[in-house]
Design a protein around this ligand. Sequence first.
Ligand SMILES: Nc1ncnc2c1ncn2[C@@H]1O[C@H](COP(=O)(O)OP(=O)(O)OP(=O)(O)O)[C@@H](O)[C@H]1O
Length: 600
Amino acid sequence: MDELESVSGGSRTARARLSFLTCDELPAGEVRRPVLASWVRSRRWNLAADRIDLPYIADPDLDLPLARSATPVLRRLHEHLDGQPISVILTERNGLVLRRLTADAQLSRHLDRVHLAPGFSYSERFAGTNGIGTALERGAPMHVFGHEHYAEDLEDLACAGVPIKHPISGKTVGAIDLTCWRKDAGSLLITLAKTTADQIRAALLRDSSAREQELLQEYLLTGRRSSDMVLAVNEDLLLMNANAQQNLDGSDQAAVLAHAADLLGQAGTSALAVELPSGRRVRITCRPVPDGGRGAGAVIQVTQTPGHSLTSVSANRPPPRAVLPGIVGRSAPWLATSREVDNAYRAGQWVVLSGEPGAGKVALARAAHQQNNPAGSFHLFDVALFDVAEAPDHFADDLEAELTDDTVQALVIRHAERLGPIRLDELVGALLSGRERRPSNPPWVALTLTTGGANEADLSELLTLFPTTIDVPPLRHHIDDVRELVPFFLSQLSHGDLSCSPEAMHQLLRSAWPGNTAELHQVMKHIVQHRRRTGVIVLADLPADLQATSRRRLSQLEALERDAIVRSLVDNNGNRRDAARSLGMSRATIYRKIHDYGIR
Ligand SMILES: Nc1ncnc2c1ncn2[C@@H]1O[C@H](COP(=O)(O)OP(=O)(O)OP(=O)(O)O)[C@@H](O)[C@H]1O
Protein backbone atom coordinates (compact mmCIF):
# COMPACT_ATOMS: atom_id res chain seq x y z
CA MET A 1 0.00 0.00 0.00
CA ASP A 2 1.40 3.45 -0.86
CA GLU A 3 2.45 5.90 1.82
CA LEU A 4 -0.15 8.49 0.77
CA GLU A 5 -3.01 6.04 1.19
CA SER A 6 -1.64 4.89 4.52
CA VAL A 7 -1.27 8.46 5.75
CA SER A 8 -4.71 9.57 4.69
CA GLY A 9 -6.61 6.44 5.71
CA GLY A 10 -8.46 7.31 2.50
CA SER A 11 -10.99 5.91 0.07
CA ARG A 12 -9.30 2.53 -0.57
CA THR A 13 -9.18 1.96 3.15
CA ALA A 14 -12.84 3.01 3.39
CA ARG A 15 -13.81 0.39 0.75
CA ALA A 16 -11.71 -2.28 2.47
CA ARG A 17 -13.33 -1.46 5.82
CA LEU A 18 -16.78 -1.70 4.31
CA SER A 19 -16.11 -5.09 2.74
CA PHE A 20 -14.60 -6.31 6.02
CA LEU A 21 -17.69 -5.21 7.96
CA THR A 22 -20.34 -6.25 5.47
CA CYS A 23 -18.94 -9.26 3.57
CA ASP A 24 -16.68 -10.66 6.28
CA GLU A 25 -13.71 -10.40 3.91
CA LEU A 26 -10.18 -9.91 5.20
CA PRO A 27 -8.75 -7.41 2.73
CA ALA A 28 -5.08 -8.41 3.10
CA GLY A 29 -2.85 -6.08 1.09
CA GLU A 30 -5.42 -3.26 1.11
CA VAL A 31 -4.95 -2.39 4.76
CA ARG A 32 -1.87 -2.39 6.96
CA ARG A 33 -1.53 -5.66 8.91
CA PRO A 34 -1.64 -4.19 12.44
CA VAL A 35 -4.84 -2.37 11.47
CA LEU A 36 -6.40 -5.52 10.04
CA ALA A 37 -5.45 -7.48 13.15
CA SER A 38 -7.05 -4.80 15.29
CA TRP A 39 -10.26 -4.86 13.20
CA VAL A 40 -10.44 -8.61 13.79
CA ARG A 41 -10.02 -8.09 17.54
CA SER A 42 -12.62 -5.30 17.55
CA ARG A 43 -15.10 -7.58 15.84
CA ARG A 44 -14.31 -10.40 18.26
CA TRP A 45 -15.20 -8.01 21.09
CA ASN A 46 -18.56 -7.30 19.43
CA LEU A 47 -17.95 -3.57 19.21
CA ALA A 48 -20.34 -1.35 17.26
CA ALA A 49 -18.68 -0.12 14.06
CA ASP A 50 -21.22 2.60 13.27
CA ARG A 51 -20.76 4.70 16.40
CA ILE A 52 -18.60 5.29 19.41
CA ASP A 53 -20.37 4.46 22.61
CA LEU A 54 -18.15 4.67 25.66
CA PRO A 55 -19.01 4.47 29.34
CA TYR A 56 -17.61 7.06 31.75
CA ILE A 57 -15.12 5.02 33.77
CA ALA A 58 -13.79 7.15 36.61
CA ASP A 59 -12.43 10.56 37.51
CA PRO A 60 -8.77 10.52 36.47
CA ASP A 61 -6.23 10.26 39.29
CA LEU A 62 -3.83 13.09 38.54
CA ASP A 63 -1.74 12.21 41.56
CA LEU A 64 -0.31 9.15 39.81
CA PRO A 65 3.48 9.31 39.26
CA LEU A 66 2.83 9.16 35.49
CA ALA A 67 0.48 12.14 35.53
CA ARG A 68 2.77 14.16 37.78
CA SER A 69 5.92 13.50 35.75
CA ALA A 70 4.24 13.91 32.37
CA THR A 71 2.35 17.15 33.05
CA PRO A 72 5.28 19.59 32.50
CA VAL A 73 6.26 17.71 29.30
CA LEU A 74 2.69 17.92 27.96
CA ARG A 75 2.40 21.62 28.82
CA ARG A 76 5.67 22.38 27.00
CA LEU A 77 4.53 20.55 23.89
CA HIS A 78 1.13 22.23 24.03
CA GLU A 79 2.81 25.65 24.13
CA HIS A 80 5.11 24.76 21.21
CA LEU A 81 2.12 23.68 19.14
CA ASP A 82 0.99 27.27 19.45
CA GLY A 83 -2.73 26.97 18.77
CA GLN A 84 -2.45 24.33 16.00
CA PRO A 85 -5.38 21.88 15.87
CA ILE A 86 -3.51 19.01 17.54
CA SER A 87 -4.67 17.52 20.80
CA VAL A 88 -2.13 16.13 23.28
CA ILE A 89 -3.56 13.24 25.29
CA LEU A 90 -2.15 11.21 28.18
CA THR A 91 -3.74 7.91 29.25
CA GLU A 92 -3.23 5.25 31.87
CA ARG A 93 -2.11 1.80 30.74
CA ASN A 94 -5.77 0.70 30.46
CA GLY A 95 -6.49 3.55 28.03
CA LEU A 96 -8.26 5.74 30.62
CA VAL A 97 -7.72 9.35 29.52
CA LEU A 98 -5.94 11.33 32.26
CA ARG A 99 -5.26 14.64 30.51
CA ARG A 100 -6.19 16.30 27.24
CA LEU A 101 -4.71 19.60 26.07
CA THR A 102 -6.28 21.12 22.95
CA ALA A 103 -5.89 24.68 21.78
CA ASP A 104 -8.41 24.48 18.93
CA ALA A 105 -12.04 24.90 20.04
CA GLN A 106 -13.59 23.06 17.06
CA LEU A 107 -11.33 20.01 17.52
CA SER A 108 -11.98 20.10 21.26
CA ARG A 109 -15.79 20.01 20.72
CA HIS A 110 -15.42 17.10 18.30
CA LEU A 111 -13.28 15.16 20.80
CA ASP A 112 -15.91 15.74 23.49
CA ARG A 113 -18.56 14.36 21.12
CA VAL A 114 -16.56 11.13 20.60
CA HIS A 115 -15.74 10.94 24.34
CA LEU A 116 -12.00 11.27 23.78
CA ALA A 117 -11.89 13.10 27.10
CA PRO A 118 -10.67 12.61 30.69
CA GLY A 119 -12.52 9.83 32.50
CA PHE A 120 -13.30 7.75 29.36
CA SER A 121 -11.23 4.79 28.24
CA TYR A 122 -9.94 4.54 24.68
CA SER A 123 -8.76 0.99 25.26
CA GLU A 124 -9.28 -1.09 22.09
CA ARG A 125 -11.83 -3.19 23.97
CA PHE A 126 -14.11 -0.17 24.33
CA ALA A 127 -13.26 2.04 21.34
CA GLY A 128 -12.03 -0.46 18.72
CA THR A 129 -9.05 0.30 16.48
CA ASN A 130 -7.55 3.68 17.48
CA GLY A 131 -4.11 5.18 18.14
CA ILE A 132 -4.27 4.83 21.92
CA GLY A 133 -5.92 1.44 22.40
CA THR A 134 -4.20 -0.29 19.50
CA ALA A 135 -0.76 0.99 20.55
CA LEU A 136 -1.42 -0.31 24.09
CA GLU A 137 -2.74 -3.63 22.81
CA ARG A 138 0.32 -4.16 20.57
CA GLY A 139 2.83 -2.67 23.03
CA ALA A 140 4.27 -0.60 20.15
CA PRO A 141 3.76 2.83 18.53
CA MET A 142 0.78 2.98 16.23
CA HIS A 143 -0.79 5.59 13.99
CA VAL A 144 -4.40 5.15 12.93
CA PHE A 145 -5.72 7.49 10.29
CA GLY A 146 -9.24 8.17 9.04
CA HIS A 147 -11.08 5.05 7.90
CA GLU A 148 -8.56 2.78 9.60
CA HIS A 149 -10.52 3.47 12.81
CA TYR A 150 -13.03 0.74 13.57
CA ALA A 151 -15.76 3.12 14.72
CA GLU A 152 -17.18 5.34 11.98
CA ASP A 153 -17.43 8.32 14.36
CA LEU A 154 -13.63 8.54 14.35
CA GLU A 155 -13.17 8.66 10.57
CA ASP A 156 -12.40 12.41 10.49
CA LEU A 157 -9.55 12.03 12.95
CA ALA A 158 -5.95 10.84 12.82
CA CYS A 159 -4.11 9.75 15.91
CA ALA A 160 -0.62 8.57 16.78
CA GLY A 161 -0.19 6.70 20.05
CA VAL A 162 2.96 5.47 21.81
CA PRO A 163 2.98 3.29 24.94
CA ILE A 164 5.06 4.68 27.80
CA LYS A 165 7.22 2.11 29.59
CA HIS A 166 8.47 2.77 33.08
CA PRO A 167 12.23 3.35 32.84
CA ILE A 168 13.00 1.13 35.84
CA SER A 169 10.44 -1.68 35.84
CA GLY A 170 10.00 -1.80 32.03
CA LYS A 171 6.23 -2.13 32.58
CA THR A 172 3.83 -0.17 30.40
CA VAL A 173 2.37 2.59 32.58
CA GLY A 174 0.35 4.53 30.01
CA ALA A 175 0.32 6.06 26.56
CA ILE A 176 0.80 9.42 24.89
CA ASP A 177 -1.35 10.24 21.90
CA LEU A 178 -1.49 13.10 19.42
CA THR A 179 -4.80 13.53 17.64
CA CYS A 180 -5.65 15.92 14.81
CA TRP A 181 -8.05 16.17 11.85
CA ARG A 182 -7.46 13.47 9.24
CA LYS A 183 -6.92 16.10 6.54
CA ASP A 184 -4.03 17.63 8.54
CA ALA A 185 -2.32 14.33 9.36
CA GLY A 186 1.22 13.53 8.30
CA SER A 187 3.80 10.90 9.17
CA LEU A 188 5.55 13.40 11.46
CA LEU A 189 2.74 12.97 13.97
CA ILE A 190 4.08 9.59 15.11
CA THR A 191 7.65 10.93 15.29
CA LEU A 192 6.49 13.74 17.56
CA ALA A 193 4.53 11.29 19.72
CA LYS A 194 7.63 9.05 20.08
CA THR A 195 9.82 11.99 21.11
CA THR A 196 7.22 13.04 23.68
CA ALA A 197 7.08 9.50 25.09
CA ASP A 198 10.89 9.56 25.45
CA GLN A 199 10.69 12.86 27.32
CA ILE A 200 8.05 11.47 29.69
CA ARG A 201 10.21 8.40 30.35
CA ALA A 202 13.15 10.70 31.20
CA ALA A 203 10.90 12.71 33.54
CA LEU A 204 9.69 9.51 35.21
CA LEU A 205 13.28 8.40 35.72
CA ARG A 206 14.24 11.75 37.20
CA ASP A 207 11.26 11.77 39.55
CA SER A 208 11.48 8.17 40.63
CA SER A 209 15.22 8.05 41.14
CA ALA A 210 15.02 10.14 44.33
CA ARG A 211 12.59 7.61 45.87
CA GLU A 212 14.60 4.64 44.64
CA GLN A 213 17.80 6.15 46.09
CA GLU A 214 16.16 6.36 49.54
CA LEU A 215 15.06 2.77 49.33
CA LEU A 216 18.44 1.55 48.10
CA GLN A 217 20.27 3.33 50.95
CA GLU A 218 18.04 1.74 53.56
CA TYR A 219 18.34 -1.70 51.94
CA LEU A 220 22.15 -1.57 51.79
CA LEU A 221 22.37 -0.36 55.37
CA THR A 222 20.16 -3.21 56.64
CA GLY A 223 22.15 -5.75 54.62
CA ARG A 224 25.44 -4.49 56.07
CA ARG A 225 24.18 -4.63 59.66
CA SER A 226 22.89 -8.19 59.64
CA SER A 227 23.40 -11.56 58.00
CA ASP A 228 19.65 -12.02 57.47
CA MET A 229 17.78 -12.37 54.23
CA VAL A 230 16.92 -8.80 53.14
CA LEU A 231 14.47 -7.60 50.50
CA ALA A 232 13.35 -4.14 49.40
CA VAL A 233 10.15 -3.45 47.52
CA ASN A 234 8.00 -0.75 46.06
CA GLU A 235 5.50 -0.83 43.18
CA ASP A 236 8.32 -0.84 40.60
CA LEU A 237 11.21 -2.61 42.27
CA LEU A 238 12.12 -5.80 44.06
CA LEU A 239 15.65 -6.08 45.41
CA MET A 240 16.96 -9.17 47.18
CA ASN A 241 20.35 -9.94 48.73
CA ALA A 242 22.21 -13.15 47.84
CA ASN A 243 21.08 -14.83 51.07
CA ALA A 244 17.42 -14.31 50.19
CA GLN A 245 17.93 -15.40 46.58
CA GLN A 246 19.58 -18.64 47.66
CA ASN A 247 17.22 -19.53 50.47
CA LEU A 248 13.77 -18.43 49.37
CA ASP A 249 12.24 -20.30 46.45
CA GLY A 250 9.45 -18.74 44.35
CA SER A 251 6.59 -19.66 46.66
CA ASP A 252 8.48 -18.62 49.81
CA GLN A 253 9.26 -15.26 48.19
CA ALA A 254 5.60 -14.79 47.29
CA ALA A 255 4.59 -15.65 50.87
CA VAL A 256 7.12 -13.20 52.36
CA LEU A 257 5.84 -10.42 50.09
CA ALA A 258 2.21 -11.19 50.93
CA HIS A 259 2.93 -11.02 54.68
CA ALA A 260 4.94 -7.84 54.20
CA ALA A 261 2.01 -6.25 52.37
CA ASP A 262 -0.20 -7.05 55.38
CA LEU A 263 2.37 -5.65 57.79
CA LEU A 264 2.66 -2.44 55.81
CA GLY A 265 -0.95 -1.70 56.72
CA GLN A 266 0.27 -1.14 60.32
CA ALA A 267 2.06 2.04 61.36
CA GLY A 268 5.87 1.96 61.72
CA THR A 269 8.07 -1.13 61.91
CA SER A 270 6.17 -4.36 62.53
CA ALA A 271 7.03 -8.04 62.71
CA LEU A 272 5.38 -11.43 62.40
CA ALA A 273 6.46 -15.05 62.94
CA VAL A 274 5.30 -17.35 60.15
CA GLU A 275 5.83 -20.71 58.55
CA LEU A 276 6.67 -20.39 54.85
CA PRO A 277 5.30 -22.83 52.22
CA SER A 278 8.66 -24.70 52.26
CA GLY A 279 8.13 -25.41 55.98
CA ARG A 280 10.85 -22.96 57.03
CA ARG A 281 9.93 -20.96 60.14
CA VAL A 282 10.93 -17.31 60.00
CA ARG A 283 10.35 -13.92 61.53
CA ILE A 284 9.50 -11.18 59.05
CA THR A 285 10.25 -7.59 59.99
CA CYS A 286 8.92 -4.90 57.73
CA ARG A 287 10.07 -1.28 57.85
CA PRO A 288 8.46 1.40 55.66
CA VAL A 289 10.96 3.81 54.12
CA PRO A 290 9.56 7.33 54.16
CA ASP A 291 10.13 9.80 51.34
CA GLY A 292 8.06 12.92 51.74
CA GLY A 293 4.64 12.16 50.26
CA ARG A 294 4.02 8.61 49.01
CA GLY A 295 6.81 6.66 50.72
CA ALA A 296 9.75 5.08 48.92
CA GLY A 297 8.78 1.48 49.70
CA ALA A 298 9.71 -0.97 52.44
CA VAL A 299 12.71 -2.99 53.60
CA ILE A 300 11.92 -6.53 54.68
CA GLN A 301 14.20 -8.58 56.90
CA VAL A 302 13.66 -12.34 57.13
CA THR A 303 15.22 -14.09 60.13
CA GLN A 304 15.32 -17.86 60.59
CA THR A 305 13.58 -18.88 63.89
CA PRO A 306 14.08 -22.62 64.39
CA GLY A 307 12.47 -22.75 67.82
CA HIS A 308 9.33 -20.86 66.98
CA SER A 309 6.01 -22.52 67.65
CA LEU A 310 4.02 -23.60 64.63
CA THR A 311 0.54 -23.26 66.02
CA SER A 312 -0.03 -19.54 65.67
CA VAL A 313 1.50 -19.33 62.23
CA SER A 314 -0.03 -22.14 60.21
CA ALA A 315 -3.28 -20.26 60.08
CA ASN A 316 -1.39 -17.39 58.52
CA ARG A 317 -0.12 -19.39 55.58
CA PRO A 318 -1.13 -17.45 52.49
CA PRO A 319 -2.98 -19.17 49.69
CA PRO A 320 -0.74 -20.07 46.74
CA ARG A 321 0.08 -17.12 44.52
CA ALA A 322 -0.54 -16.96 40.78
CA VAL A 323 2.62 -17.94 38.94
CA LEU A 324 2.42 -15.44 36.09
CA PRO A 325 1.59 -11.72 36.05
CA GLY A 326 -1.93 -10.81 34.97
CA ILE A 327 -2.97 -14.46 35.04
CA VAL A 328 -5.70 -15.24 37.53
CA GLY A 329 -6.43 -18.62 39.09
CA ARG A 330 -4.86 -20.63 41.90
CA SER A 331 -6.33 -24.08 41.38
CA ALA A 332 -3.75 -26.85 41.17
CA PRO A 333 -4.22 -27.68 37.44
CA TRP A 334 -4.04 -24.02 36.44
CA LEU A 335 -0.95 -23.31 38.56
CA ALA A 336 0.76 -26.40 37.16
CA THR A 337 0.06 -25.27 33.58
CA SER A 338 1.25 -21.74 34.32
CA ARG A 339 4.46 -23.16 35.77
CA GLU A 340 5.05 -25.35 32.72
CA VAL A 341 4.67 -22.41 30.35
CA ASP A 342 6.95 -20.28 32.51
CA ASN A 343 9.61 -23.01 32.62
CA ALA A 344 9.48 -23.49 28.85
CA TYR A 345 9.95 -19.76 28.35
CA ARG A 346 12.89 -19.62 30.75
CA ALA A 347 14.54 -22.56 28.97
CA GLY A 348 13.93 -20.91 25.58
CA GLN A 349 12.08 -24.07 24.57
CA TRP A 350 9.58 -23.74 21.72
CA VAL A 351 6.18 -25.04 22.78
CA VAL A 352 2.80 -26.01 21.47
CA LEU A 353 -0.05 -24.75 23.67
CA SER A 354 -2.99 -26.95 22.97
CA GLY A 355 -6.50 -26.53 24.33
CA GLU A 356 -10.11 -25.62 23.75
CA PRO A 357 -11.07 -22.25 22.29
CA GLY A 358 -10.66 -19.36 24.70
CA ALA A 359 -8.91 -21.46 27.36
CA GLY A 360 -6.15 -18.86 27.81
CA LYS A 361 -3.36 -20.16 25.55
CA VAL A 362 -2.21 -16.79 24.25
CA ALA A 363 -2.74 -15.17 27.65
CA LEU A 364 -0.33 -17.69 29.25
CA ALA A 365 2.33 -17.19 26.58
CA ARG A 366 2.05 -13.40 26.86
CA ALA A 367 2.30 -13.57 30.66
CA ALA A 368 5.39 -15.82 30.57
CA HIS A 369 7.04 -13.28 28.30
CA GLN A 370 5.94 -10.41 30.55
CA GLN A 371 7.38 -12.20 33.57
CA ASN A 372 10.75 -13.06 32.09
CA ASN A 373 11.43 -10.34 29.58
CA PRO A 374 9.07 -7.42 30.27
CA ALA A 375 11.06 -4.94 28.20
CA GLY A 376 11.36 -7.26 25.17
CA SER A 377 8.92 -7.21 22.33
CA PHE A 378 6.14 -9.79 22.02
CA HIS A 379 4.39 -10.44 18.72
CA LEU A 380 1.22 -12.31 17.91
CA PHE A 381 0.89 -13.81 14.43
CA ASP A 382 -2.71 -14.80 13.86
CA VAL A 383 -3.09 -17.39 11.12
CA ALA A 384 -6.81 -16.53 10.96
CA LEU A 385 -5.84 -13.30 9.22
CA PHE A 386 -4.63 -15.26 6.23
CA ASP A 387 -6.68 -18.36 5.77
CA VAL A 388 -9.56 -16.68 3.97
CA ALA A 389 -7.48 -13.92 2.36
CA GLU A 390 -7.91 -13.81 -1.37
CA ALA A 391 -4.80 -12.13 -2.75
CA PRO A 392 -2.16 -10.81 -2.67
CA ASP A 393 -0.84 -13.20 -0.13
CA HIS A 394 1.98 -12.18 2.24
CA PHE A 395 1.81 -15.16 4.58
CA ALA A 396 5.33 -16.57 4.09
CA ASP A 397 6.99 -13.14 3.77
CA ASP A 398 5.29 -11.75 6.86
CA LEU A 399 6.13 -14.80 8.91
CA GLU A 400 9.76 -14.80 7.83
CA ALA A 401 10.00 -11.10 8.61
CA GLU A 402 8.75 -11.76 12.17
CA LEU A 403 11.17 -14.65 12.68
CA THR A 404 14.25 -12.85 11.41
CA ASP A 405 13.51 -9.52 13.10
CA ASP A 406 16.17 -9.19 15.82
CA THR A 407 13.92 -7.08 17.99
CA VAL A 408 11.21 -9.75 18.29
CA GLN A 409 11.90 -11.78 21.43
CA ALA A 410 8.73 -13.83 21.61
CA LEU A 411 6.37 -14.86 18.86
CA VAL A 412 3.06 -16.64 19.25
CA ILE A 413 1.62 -18.24 16.13
CA ARG A 414 -2.08 -18.50 16.84
CA HIS A 415 -4.58 -21.04 15.44
CA ALA A 416 -2.00 -23.19 13.63
CA GLU A 417 -4.68 -25.88 13.20
CA ARG A 418 -6.29 -23.74 10.50
CA LEU A 419 -3.34 -24.05 8.12
CA GLY A 420 -3.72 -26.04 4.93
CA PRO A 421 -0.86 -28.23 3.59
CA ILE A 422 0.79 -25.47 1.52
CA ARG A 423 0.72 -22.98 4.36
CA LEU A 424 2.08 -25.64 6.73
CA ASP A 425 5.07 -26.14 4.42
CA GLU A 426 5.60 -22.40 4.33
CA LEU A 427 5.44 -22.23 8.12
CA VAL A 428 7.99 -25.04 8.58
CA GLY A 429 10.28 -23.35 6.02
CA ALA A 430 10.00 -19.96 7.73
CA LEU A 431 10.67 -21.46 11.19
CA LEU A 432 13.76 -23.32 9.94
CA SER A 433 15.21 -20.34 8.13
CA GLY A 434 14.40 -18.04 11.07
CA ARG A 435 16.34 -20.33 13.39
CA GLU A 436 19.26 -20.47 10.98
CA ARG A 437 19.44 -16.72 10.59
CA ARG A 438 19.33 -15.93 14.30
CA PRO A 439 21.52 -18.71 15.78
CA SER A 440 22.71 -16.76 18.82
CA ASN A 441 19.50 -14.90 19.58
CA PRO A 442 16.53 -16.99 18.44
CA PRO A 443 13.05 -15.81 19.48
CA TRP A 444 10.90 -17.92 21.79
CA VAL A 445 8.13 -19.35 19.66
CA ALA A 446 4.82 -20.78 20.86
CA LEU A 447 2.22 -22.31 18.60
CA THR A 448 -1.40 -22.43 19.71
CA LEU A 449 -3.58 -25.30 18.57
CA THR A 450 -7.30 -25.37 19.22
CA THR A 451 -8.42 -28.87 20.06
CA GLY A 452 -11.34 -30.07 18.01
CA GLY A 453 -10.47 -27.53 15.31
CA ALA A 454 -7.78 -29.58 13.54
CA ASN A 455 -8.00 -29.81 9.77
CA GLU A 456 -7.02 -32.67 7.57
CA ALA A 457 -3.46 -31.49 7.09
CA ASP A 458 -0.69 -33.46 8.74
CA LEU A 459 0.99 -31.44 11.49
CA SER A 460 3.69 -34.02 12.27
CA GLU A 461 6.53 -32.26 10.44
CA LEU A 462 5.68 -28.96 12.10
CA LEU A 463 5.51 -30.58 15.53
CA THR A 464 9.07 -31.95 15.25
CA LEU A 465 10.23 -28.34 15.69
CA PHE A 466 8.35 -28.05 19.00
CA PRO A 467 9.74 -30.48 21.58
CA THR A 468 7.11 -29.73 24.22
CA THR A 469 3.32 -29.71 24.13
CA ILE A 470 1.46 -28.20 27.06
CA ASP A 471 -2.24 -28.94 27.43
CA VAL A 472 -4.09 -25.87 28.66
CA PRO A 473 -7.08 -27.14 30.67
CA PRO A 474 -10.62 -26.06 29.81
CA LEU A 475 -12.23 -23.78 32.40
CA ARG A 476 -14.57 -26.52 33.67
CA HIS A 477 -11.47 -28.47 34.76
CA HIS A 478 -10.43 -25.61 37.05
CA ILE A 479 -13.90 -24.26 37.69
CA ASP A 480 -13.05 -22.89 41.14
CA ASP A 481 -10.96 -20.23 39.44
CA VAL A 482 -14.22 -18.63 38.29
CA ARG A 483 -14.39 -17.17 41.81
CA GLU A 484 -11.26 -15.12 41.06
CA LEU A 485 -11.77 -14.55 37.36
CA VAL A 486 -15.14 -12.88 37.87
CA PRO A 487 -13.92 -10.07 40.19
CA PHE A 488 -10.80 -9.72 38.03
CA PHE A 489 -12.80 -9.17 34.85
CA LEU A 490 -15.30 -6.93 36.63
CA SER A 491 -12.59 -4.63 37.89
CA GLN A 492 -11.01 -4.55 34.42
CA LEU A 493 -14.27 -3.81 32.68
CA SER A 494 -16.13 -1.58 35.07
CA HIS A 495 -13.34 0.16 36.98
CA GLY A 496 -16.09 0.69 39.48
CA ASP A 497 -17.53 -0.95 42.48
CA LEU A 498 -19.27 -3.88 40.86
CA SER A 499 -19.33 -7.22 42.66
CA CYS A 500 -21.08 -10.55 42.19
CA SER A 501 -23.74 -11.86 44.59
CA PRO A 502 -23.24 -15.38 46.03
CA GLU A 503 -26.31 -16.63 44.09
CA ALA A 504 -25.01 -15.34 40.77
CA MET A 505 -21.55 -16.77 41.51
CA HIS A 506 -23.10 -20.11 42.38
CA GLN A 507 -24.79 -20.15 38.99
CA LEU A 508 -21.60 -19.16 37.17
CA LEU A 509 -19.82 -22.06 38.87
CA ARG A 510 -22.42 -24.48 37.47
CA SER A 511 -21.97 -23.62 33.82
CA ALA A 512 -19.84 -25.91 31.63
CA TRP A 513 -18.31 -22.89 29.79
CA PRO A 514 -17.76 -24.45 26.38
CA GLY A 515 -16.14 -21.19 25.25
CA ASN A 516 -13.97 -21.23 28.40
CA THR A 517 -12.43 -18.11 29.95
CA ALA A 518 -13.05 -16.08 26.78
CA GLU A 519 -16.76 -16.83 27.13
CA LEU A 520 -16.75 -15.87 30.81
CA HIS A 521 -15.08 -12.61 29.83
CA GLN A 522 -17.77 -11.96 27.20
CA VAL A 523 -20.54 -12.64 29.70
CA MET A 524 -19.02 -10.22 32.21
CA LYS A 525 -18.64 -7.61 29.50
CA HIS A 526 -22.26 -8.02 28.44
CA ILE A 527 -23.39 -7.56 32.04
CA VAL A 528 -21.23 -4.48 32.57
CA GLN A 529 -22.58 -2.89 29.39
CA HIS A 530 -26.20 -3.49 30.35
CA ARG A 531 -26.33 -2.28 33.91
CA ARG A 532 -24.99 0.44 36.22
CA ARG A 533 -21.30 0.27 36.95
CA THR A 534 -21.66 0.00 40.69
CA GLY A 535 -23.57 -2.37 42.92
CA VAL A 536 -24.03 -6.10 43.02
CA ILE A 537 -24.69 -8.47 40.12
CA VAL A 538 -27.70 -10.62 40.94
CA LEU A 539 -29.11 -13.71 39.24
CA ALA A 540 -31.41 -11.63 37.06
CA ASP A 541 -28.39 -9.82 35.57
CA LEU A 542 -27.03 -13.04 34.07
CA PRO A 543 -27.84 -13.91 30.44
CA ALA A 544 -30.99 -16.04 30.18
CA ASP A 545 -29.18 -19.25 29.18
CA LEU A 546 -27.00 -19.06 32.29
CA GLN A 547 -29.97 -18.44 34.56
CA ALA A 548 -31.56 -21.55 33.15
CA THR A 549 -28.62 -23.85 33.92
CA SER A 550 -30.31 -26.27 36.22
CA ARG A 551 -27.76 -29.05 36.54
CA ARG A 552 -25.86 -29.35 39.75
CA ARG A 553 -22.28 -28.14 39.76
CA LEU A 554 -19.72 -30.78 38.75
CA SER A 555 -16.51 -31.17 40.70
CA GLN A 556 -13.21 -30.99 38.78
CA LEU A 557 -12.94 -34.76 38.89
CA GLU A 558 -16.49 -35.24 37.61
CA ALA A 559 -15.88 -32.79 34.78
CA LEU A 560 -12.80 -34.78 33.78
CA GLU A 561 -14.78 -38.02 33.91
CA ARG A 562 -17.62 -36.60 31.85
CA ASP A 563 -15.16 -35.40 29.19
CA ALA A 564 -13.45 -38.81 29.10
CA ILE A 565 -16.81 -40.51 28.52
CA VAL A 566 -17.72 -38.07 25.74
CA ARG A 567 -14.32 -38.62 24.07
CA SER A 568 -14.66 -42.37 24.32
CA LEU A 569 -18.18 -42.28 22.85
CA VAL A 570 -16.93 -40.18 19.93
CA ASP A 571 -13.96 -42.53 19.37
CA ASN A 572 -16.31 -45.51 19.37
CA ASN A 573 -18.91 -43.98 17.06
CA GLY A 574 -21.44 -43.65 19.87
CA ASN A 575 -21.31 -47.35 20.78
CA ARG A 576 -21.81 -47.41 24.55
CA ARG A 577 -20.58 -50.94 25.09
CA ASP A 578 -17.27 -50.29 23.30
CA ALA A 579 -16.91 -46.92 25.01
CA ALA A 580 -17.41 -48.56 28.43
CA ARG A 581 -14.87 -51.28 27.57
CA SER A 582 -12.17 -48.85 26.53
CA LEU A 583 -12.70 -46.90 29.75
CA GLY A 584 -12.67 -50.05 31.89
CA MET A 585 -16.23 -49.39 33.07
CA SER A 586 -19.18 -51.71 33.24
CA ARG A 587 -22.05 -51.12 30.83
CA ALA A 588 -24.40 -50.36 33.69
CA THR A 589 -22.03 -47.71 35.02
CA ILE A 590 -21.61 -45.95 31.71
CA TYR A 591 -25.41 -45.89 31.18
CA ARG A 592 -25.88 -44.38 34.61
CA LYS A 593 -23.14 -41.78 34.10
CA ILE A 594 -24.42 -40.81 30.66
CA HIS A 595 -27.78 -40.17 32.30
CA ASP A 596 -26.34 -38.36 35.35
CA TYR A 597 -24.10 -36.09 33.32
CA GLY A 598 -26.82 -35.38 30.80
CA ILE A 599 -24.62 -36.50 27.85
CA ARG A 600 -26.55 -36.61 24.59
N1 LIG B 1 -6.26 -17.17 33.81
C1 LIG B 1 -6.57 -16.03 33.21
N2 LIG B 1 -6.47 -14.88 33.88
C2 LIG B 1 -6.83 -13.72 33.30
N3 LIG B 1 -7.31 -13.61 32.04
C3 LIG B 1 -7.43 -14.73 31.33
C4 LIG B 1 -7.06 -15.99 31.85
N4 LIG B 1 -7.28 -16.93 30.92
C5 LIG B 1 -7.76 -16.29 29.84
N5 LIG B 1 -7.86 -14.97 30.08
C6 LIG B 1 -8.44 -13.96 29.18
O1 LIG B 1 -9.46 -14.63 28.46
C7 LIG B 1 -9.46 -14.27 27.10
C8 LIG B 1 -9.21 -15.48 26.21
O2 LIG B 1 -7.89 -15.94 26.40
P1 LIG B 1 -6.91 -16.27 25.17
O3 LIG B 1 -7.13 -15.35 24.02
O4 LIG B 1 -5.55 -16.38 25.73
O5 LIG B 1 -7.48 -17.71 24.80
P2 LIG B 1 -6.94 -18.72 23.69
O6 LIG B 1 -6.97 -20.05 24.30
O7 LIG B 1 -5.65 -18.24 23.11
O8 LIG B 1 -8.14 -18.55 22.64
P3 LIG B 1 -8.27 -19.06 21.11
O9 LIG B 1 -7.56 -20.32 20.93
O10 LIG B 1 -9.72 -19.23 20.89
O11 LIG B 1 -7.72 -17.97 20.26
C9 LIG B 1 -8.41 -13.19 26.96
O12 LIG B 1 -9.05 -11.94 27.15
C10 LIG B 1 -7.47 -13.47 28.12
O13 LIG B 1 -6.77 -12.32 28.52
